[in-house]
Design a protein around this ligand. Structure first.
Ligand code: C2O
Ligand code: CU
Ligand code: CU
Length: 491
């Protein structure tokens, strides 16, 4: 019989039932037992509190993640160095929170790359156990993709090679260690990787200090400020963070800003609004600029998705404030504190979106949870690194139809949302349940939300690299349970 507890384990359905050793069943595969116990995870025991330390909203300034400087710049590439290491941060003012980081920073340092110029990143693993780096949205050779079994042993280093042969986009990097991706990302292994497109500079969009990356996520903090990672109850993470701080404020000038919003949560779906329905001009989605700007009053971002908006704060009186709200409550506040010149603009057309080449293949994938066996499936199978689920021809274009069949998980009457992310491939949405996608989804994407019962069709382009790449639900508690497959790109 399906118990309520098992549903919680799988879907994170509403409710606050305490967990039992059942939760530990999430990670009992033999390969997992050999892994070291995690730091700060309360030994896998039930967290003592459901909500812990808190602070008054808007009591701390939102920082910008530091921009990483290259260790070496050569004519053909920039080489960066980044350590994976435990560190501490202050999510709440005056409260110390242990975290896992890239570069010692809870929102990892931002890497700024230029289209067409190669980036090398040497990662030194000082975590105490294995980890890796995946460049989400990057078109990179398989050996640099951060395949879930392709890990950096503790004490070892590894250099990732990113060609940046793709248009400008807000990418991000995060851990992808099989079965540990959710916990590692939750504990802080996430940061921005911005590709600056050659075509973007001419457009006159807000730039420099007016181009602001914001990593949004959630957390459950215990009464000492520790991050509670409870994969069985991912919806109980009530503290909302922007660039690593709980409900911060951010001082802005009365002018236009480009805001790069990333949902870096492992599970939450953000439904964002600004003030009392203030219009935002959406200019980009996951893989870069939209064909044309779109006026929106609400942005829905599932785990891993990005949206870029231009917000004109000159419409707010000096001294005024605008709150960015999630459907669950305030995320952060923009305080208009000074005047500034503004020669930036948002042109009527942003990026050409040529017609897609004819698709050579159509595939169907179905996402579902298996609450009885505590597994998460694609086409009724859990991820198996030794099984290739499909072969894709290099340079081809395919239509994938992905269905979320979880309308009634285990007979509970509850549906569970999923999303879907492809490595290597970028795609354009064709339809949702036969209806046209939203205008804000009109560009190239790599992650798409799929509501219970919904079927999404997209056409993907696979580029030139060969080898094995994964695709998965980006609600990382689900990919950790097996909702992931792999394709082999062949010549
Ligand atoms: Cu953002 Cu396979 O991940
Ligand atoms: Cu990815
Ligand atoms: Cu899922």
């Amino acid at each position: 019989m399906l118990t309520r507890r098992r549903l919680l384990v799988l879907g994170g359905l509403a409710g606050g039932a305490a967990l039992t050793p059942m939760t530990r069943g999430l990670f009992t595969e033999p390969e997992q037992q050999a892994r070291p116990m995690h730091v700060h995870d309360h030994g896998g025991r039930v967290p003592a509190v459901r909500t812990g330390a808190t602070a008054a909203p808007f009591s701390v300034a939102m920082p910008l993640p530091p921009v990483l400087a290259p260790a070496i710049s050569m004519p053909g590439f920039d080489l960066y160095r980044l350590a994976v290491q435990p560190a501490t941060t202050e999510i709440l003012p005056g409260v110390t929170t242990p975290v896992l980081t890239y570069g010692g920073q809870f929102t990892a340092p931002t890497i700024r790359a230029r289209q067409g110029r190669r980036t090398l990143v040497t990662v030194d693993n000082k975590l105490g156990h294995e980890a890796n780096v995946h460049l989400h949205g990057g078109r990179v050779p398989a050996a640099s993709d951060g395949y879930p079994m392709d890990l950096i042993a503790d004490g070892k280093s590894r250099t990732y090679d990113y060609p940046n042969a793709q248009p400008g986009a807000t990418l991000w990097y995060h851990d992808h260690t099989h079965h540990m991706e959710a916990e590692h990302v939750y504990r802080g292994m996430h940061g921005f990787y911005l590709v600056e497109g050659a075509d973007e500079q001419q457009l006159g969009l807000p730039a420099g200090a007016y181009d602001v990356p914001i990593l949004l996520r959630d957390a459950l903090l215990d009464d000492k400020g520790g991050l509670v990672f409870d994969p069985a109850d991912p919806y109980n993470r009530p503290t909302l963070l922007a660039n690593g701080k709980a409900q911060p404020y951010f001082g802005v000038a009365a002018r236009k800003y480009r805001l790069r919003l990333l949902n870096g949560s492992t599970h939450r779906i953000f439904e964002l609004t600004l003030g009392e329905g203030v219009e935002m001009t959406q200019i980009a989605t996951d893989c870069g600029l939209l064909p044309a700007p779109v006026q929106v009053t609400k942005l829905v971002l599932s785990s891993g998705e990005r949206a870029e908006v231009v917000v004109d704060f000159s419409r707010v009186p000096l001294g005024g404030r605008l709150i960015l709200n999630d459907v669950s409550g305030p995320v952060m506040r923009f305080d208009v504190v000074r005047r500034a010149f503004d020669r930036s603009r948002v042109p009527d057309t942003l990026r050409a979106m040529p017609a897609l080449a004819a698709a050579t293949q159509t595939r169907q994938l179905t996402l579902s949870l298996d609450p009885v066996n505590i597994r998460a499936l694609i086409n009724d199978q859990v991820f198996d690194p030794n099984r290739v689920d499909m072969q894709v021809k290099r340079g081809s274009s395919e239509i994938w139809q992905v269905t979320n069949s979880d309308t009634n998980v285990g007979g509970s009457g509850f549906g569970v949302p999923h999303n879907f992310h492809t490595h290597l491939a970028q795609f354009r949405l064709l339809d949702r349940d036969g209806k046209p996608p939203l205008p804000g989804e009109a560009g190239w994407k790599d992650t798409v939300l799929i509501q219970p019962g919904e079927t999404v069709r997209f056409q993907a382009s696979f580029g030139d690299y060969l080898g094995r790449y994964v695709y998965h639900c980006h609600m990382l508690e689900h990919s950790a349970l097996g909702m992931m497959g792999q394709m082999e790109i062949v010549s």
